[in-house]
Ligand binder design. Structure first.
Ligand code: FE2
Length: 251
C-alpha cells in the first residue's frame, strides 16, 4: 500500500475552545468507542468518524519537555518515557502510548509526531500540493487515515459539497495543461495523478471549514480505487510563527 501526500493550561481536561461537530453535515458520524471507530464501515456518504474524547494529562508539558524543535520530530516510546514530566505530563505520555498501541495492535502503522512546521511547496505551481492545502489522502488499496491532535492547532475538514477539485477549475486545468505540454488525455490525467495535483481542493467562497478538535480520534476516508464514499477533504492548520508545536498521532 502506498499513501500519496501523507508524507500530516495544565489541567488539560479543560478545552480551550468548545468543540462541536458540524451539526448539519451528515458525512461526519460520531462514534463512542475505539471498537466502533475501527469497525464501522464507510457507507451512505459518511466519510469521517469522530471518537470525541476529553483527555486527561498535560500534553503541553510533553511538548515543552522536547525542547526547541525544527520541522517534524517523530516520538518513540523510549523518548517519551525518558522525559522528565510531572504527574499530569505522565498521564499525557501514557495516553499517547496507549493510543499508539491501540492502532498498532489493529495492524495500523501509527506515528506520533511533534510538528513545528511541515515542508511547504518550494516552487508552488498552479496547484499547491503541501498539507496546508485542502486535500484527500490517497492509497492504492483500501486504507483509511486515523488522526488525533493532542496539542496545538487541530486539523481542519472541508465539506465535500464546499470543495472544488482544483484540476477541474478551468483556469487551473489550462495552466496545468500548459505545464504538461500535451493534450487533455490519459497521459495528462496520469501526470495529474503522479504530481498529486488531483488530490487538492479549493474551498468555495462560502465554505465553512470545521475543526477536528483536540483529543478526538478521527478515522477519515481516503481516495482509493473502489472507495464507496468520496474522500474526506482536510488540511493541516497554517503554521503560526511562535506558536507551540502540534502533537499529532497519524496512521
Ligand atoms: Fe492528509
Amino acid at each position: 500500500m502506498k499513501f500519496r501526500n501523507c508524507w500530516h493550561d495544565p489541567a488539560t481536561t479543560i478545552r480551550m475552545t468548545p468543540f462541536a461537530l458540524p451539526s448539519d453535515y451528515a458525512r461526519v458520524k460520531r462514534v463512542h468507542s475505539f471498537q466502533e471507530l475501527i469497525t464501522t464501515r464507510f457507507a451512505d456518504g459518511v466519510n469521517a468518524l469522530c471518537w470525541e474524547r476529553a483527555l486527561s494529562g498535560d500534553f503541553g508539558e510533553v511538548v515543552n519537555q522536547l525542547g526547541a524543535i525544527e520541522g517534524i520530530v517523530t516520538l518513540d516510546e523510549a523518548l517519551l518515557q525518558s522525559l522528565s514530566v510531572s504527574k499530569t505530563g505522565r498521564l499525557a505520555v501514557e495516553q499517547l502510548l496507549a493510543d499508539y498501541r491501540l492502532l498498532k495492535d489493529n495492524d495500523l502503522e501509527p506515528v506520533l509526531n511533534c510538528i513545528q512546521d511541515y515542508p511547504h511547496d518550494e516552487e508552488p505551481g498552479p496547484v499547491v500540493t503541501d498539507v496546508f492545502s485542502f486535500h484527500a489522502d490517497s492509497a492504492t488499496v483500501e486504507a483509511d487515515t486515523f488522526l488525533c491532535t493532542y496539542h496545538g492547532a487541530p486539523s481542519e475538514g472541508l465539506r465535500n459539497e464546499e470543495a472544488l477539485r482544483r484540476v477541474n477549475i478551468p483556469e487551473t486545468r489550462a495552466q496545468l495543461l500548459k505545464l504538461f505540454g500535451g493534450d487533455d488525455d490519459d497521459a495528462f490525467r496520469e501526470y495529474l495523478k503522479e504530481n498529486c495535483y488531483d488530490l487538492h481542493y479549493a474551498a468555495v467562497p462560502s465554505a465553512r471549514p470545521f475543526s477536528f478538535g483536540i483529543g478526538n480520534l478521527w478515522r477519515i476516508a481516503t481516495d482509493y480505487p473502489g472507495c464507496p464514499v468520496p474522500p474526506c477533504v482536510h488540511r493541516a492548520p497554517a503554521t503560526v510563527h511562535g506558536a507551540s508545536p502540534r502533537l499529532l498521532l497519524i496512521s
